[in-house]
Design a protein around this ligand. Structure first.
Ligand code: MG
Length: 226
């Protein structure tokens, strides 16, 4: 029987990919209205390339976009992009419909709850606080804080140590096969995948190597497992 349950944040507790994409689209359209001479699709394509190169946690994507287009940064356009990106992002930032009820269920069963997340510490905490779900968690650890990203065993080991829990009594719930599930299993934990389209190779790997990885289709399926 498990004692601790660890959650990933993005695309596990909330629909991060969808809101980020919508927020970027709206921000670019407002920049175009304010004078950015690109089509909506062209602007989105260029922004995606910049994000791919700099990473999603870099905070000057719009600066680079205006510099690429005009040969210099355009403060007004950058500000228009940032304000609209943040407004849309915060308006859309919602947990999955069954996130809160599942957390209540798991907490009420007496499990300790933790978060293990790749990302910037304050940015990840901000998501938990905005969703109002931070009080559920006994421990929150980010890759920025520990200096290792999932699937590195160190981030799992440090979380377990802070929780005072053995790996074999712990389960990790996430949406990424390698980072969340393989990482947890390699650290001696069990894993449950949610919101994840496994490739046939990954499915084969789970059954061939008898990996302790379960797949659920909705978060509330956890209520039948935990
Ligand atoms: Mg995730």
């Amino acid at each position: 029987m498990f004692k601790s349950v660890f959650f990933d944040i993005d695309d596990t507790l909330l629909n991060t990919s969808v809101f980020a994409k919508t927020a970027r689209r709206v921000a670019l359209n407002m920049m175009i209205d304010a004078g950015l001479p690109l089509t909506s699709d062209d602007a989105y394509h260029q922004l995606r390339e910049i994000i791919k190169e700099k990473g999603s946690n870099y905070d000057k994507h719009f600066n680079i976009l205006t510099k690429n287009v005009f040969g210099e940064e355009k403060p007004l356009l950058i500000a228009v992009g940032m304000v609209n990106y943040h407004n849309v992002k915060f308006a859309l930032l919602q947990p999955f419909p069954d996130t809160v009820s599942t957390l209540i269920h798991v907490k009420s069963k007496g499990y300790k709850l933790g978060v293990i997340s790749n990302g910037l510490t304050i940015k990840q905490w901000e998501k938990l606080v905005r969703l109002g779900i931070h009080p559920f968690f006994d421990q929150v650890l980010t890759s920025e804080e520990i200096g290792y990203e999932k699937p590195h065993p160190k981030i799992f080991e440090e979380s377990l140590s802070r929780m005072g829990c053995k790996p074999e009594k712990s389960v990790m719930i996430g949406n990424k096969f390698e980072a969340d599930a393989l990482g947890a299993v390699n650290a001696g934990m069990s894993a449950i995948l949610f919101n994840c389209d496994l490739t046939s190779e990954e499915k084969k790997m789970i059954s061939d190597e008898k990996l302790d990885i379960e797949v659920i289709s909705q978060l509330k399926d956890l209520e039948d497992i935990l």
